[in-house]
Ligand binder design. Sequence first.
Ligand SMILES: C[S@@+](CC[C@H](N)C(=O)[O-])C[C@H]1O[C@@H](n2cnc3c(N)ncnc32)[C@H](O)[C@@H]1O
Length: 218
Amino acid sequence: MEFKTLPHSPELYEYALTHSLPLDDISRDLVRETHEALGPGEVTMQVSPEQASLLTLLTKLVGARTAVEVGTFTGLSSLSIARGLPADGRLICFDISEEYTSVARRYWERAGVDKQIELRIGPAAENLRTLPAEPHLDLVFIDADKVGYPAYWAELVPRMRPGGLLIVDNVLRHGYVLEPRNEADRAIAAFNDIVAADDRVEAVLLPLADGITLARRR
Ligand SMILES: C[S@@+](CC[C@H](N)C(=O)[O-])C[C@H]1O[C@@H](n2cnc3c(N)ncnc32)[C@H](O)[C@@H]1O
């Protein structure tokens, strides 16, 4: 069988970026600050530039007004989602770190989206339960601790309105879903099986960045 997905060279990746919706100056500054302030292990937590642009585009395509993010870090993905919301749209962010999200708060303010974003600090599995139980969410982005994904999925899918979009990052674990090295790899492999068998959604796992699943609530 012939595979149509190209292996990426750095040059081809750069070409794709220069032919995509570019990051604005504020997002670029956030990427730079995150890279300068944090070590290589932490920096990789940030979504890639093309994922950031994709989040803005998907938020607009879905016409999202009410969105949730699980795993905010220094704020690139939340800023990208907020940029796709209408003026009266709202994003609720869940994270456990005051330190990382203090950076996010500064950039939300600078971008003028701080009034649209509410940050809830604490373990997301518990805090998600405080959301209204009925289907009201248009878009969610899951990008926190990997062992928590099944719990986040279980809390969020029933809260999605029909046609709502769930976006999940790191679903390929750099390929280690095939041969898990640790608990996080095993959790994601099990999570991917849960999503594939879940007939409440129509899902596609895209080999973009570290793997991103798009799932539409039926
Ligand atoms: C991969 S980073 C998120 C990156 C972010 N989406 C971005 O693009 O910049 C994961 C985040 O999940 C948070 N996190 C880890 N465990 C958590 C938990 N149990 N509940 C909520 N957030 C958690 C971490 O503090 C970290 O900021």
